[in-house]
Write a protein that binds this ligand. Structure first.
Ligand SMILES: O=P(O)(O)OC[C@H]1O[C@H](O[C@H]2O[C@H](CO)[C@@H](O)[C@H](O)[C@H]2O)[C@H](O)[C@@H](O)[C@@H]1O
Length: 261
């Protein structure tokens, strides 16, 4: 459900000249599911997001912890949607962009991280490993709570000597050989799309960097429970369709009432 305060903020936001709508994927467009490859956006969210991508002076973006290839395959984003993957390490702003290249030392560090996390996963039932171009993830959603806790502790201990960047999300522990976050990802989106205001919505702790990168006329929306730097909140991913439909309606109204030059 959209609170009166959020409805008021959206009303103001949608009148901005050039609006960037940047959404997290897992837990925001898609419900969280046991296997990462099975995630899909709620159909009503995907439909409203696709319509927003067609509006004038409205830029859509996905900003995800997923690798770009994985994000594309589960999200099937509109063709014009800008993409940030791997928490900001990978970008897609249009055709012809070169893929991420790691330095040899980073490649070696990643190899060591993958080996250590694969060993931990092999010793903890129900845990799985996700590989990314600049990182590796230990998934614990399918493990029992006890085993999940033990696996994360074991992985942290094994990885502590490596000096790589570690971050925790919802039932995931991720090692990255690049120090990036969604705040940097949003800054990149801002510099490429030059919006007059930004809407960013996300559900996970890794989205907090994104909320902290907002300012002025921007609107940050936390999806679900938990402490947040976002100014607004919706109850869960099941409220995202209503959020996007509201933005669509308000943005269409604002576009239609803009003075014709
Ligand atoms: O930034 P996001 O788009 O939210 O990506 C964050 C992580 O999402 C994926 O993991 C999460 O979703 C899975 C599928 O629902 C779920 O099983 C897992 O427990 C969640 O943490 C993805 O697999 C990770 O690589 C992303 O970093």
């Amino acid at each position: 459900m959209i609170s009166a305060e959020l409805a008021h903020a959206l009303n103001t936001l949608c009148r901005t000249e050039r609006l960037l709508i940047a959404l997290d994927f897992d837990g925001t467009l898609s419900p969280l599911v046991p296997r990462a490859e099975d995630a899909r956006p709620l159909p009503a969210s995907a439909a409203a997001f696709a319509e927003l991508a067609e509006l004038p002076d409205t830029i859509t973006a996905l900003i995800s912890g997923r690798a770009l290839d994985s994000l594309r395959s589960v999200a099937s984003p509109p063709a014009s949607t800008l993409l940030i993957g791997s928490h900001g390490a990978e970008t897609w702003f249009g055709p012809g962009q070169a893929p991420l290249q790691l330095e040899p030392a980073q490649q070696e560090l990643l190899g060591q991280g993958v080996e250590l996390i694969q060993k931990v996963a092999s010793e903890h039932q129900g845990t799985t490993v996700e590989l990314k171009p600049a990182g590796v993830v230990l998934h614990t959603r399918q493990a029992s709570p006890d085993v999940a806790e033990q696996a994360v502790s074991a992985a942290k201990a094994a990885l502590s000597e490596l000096g790589a960047h570690l971050q925790e999300g919802k039932r995931v522990l991720e090692l990255s050989v690049l120090q990036v976050d969604k705040g940097q990802g949003l800054d990149l989106l801002r510099s490429i799309s030059r919006p007059t205001a930004v809407l960013f919505a996300g559900d996970d702790t890794t989205d907090e960097d994104g909320f902290r990168a907002l300012s002025g006329a921007d609107v940050g929306i936390k999806v679900g429970d938990g402490p947040t730097a976002a100014a607004y909140r919706i109850g869960s991913v099941r409220d995202t369709p209503e959020l996007l439909k509201t933005i669509l309606r308000l943005r269409r109204t604002a576009n239609n009432s803009a003075p014709v030059m």
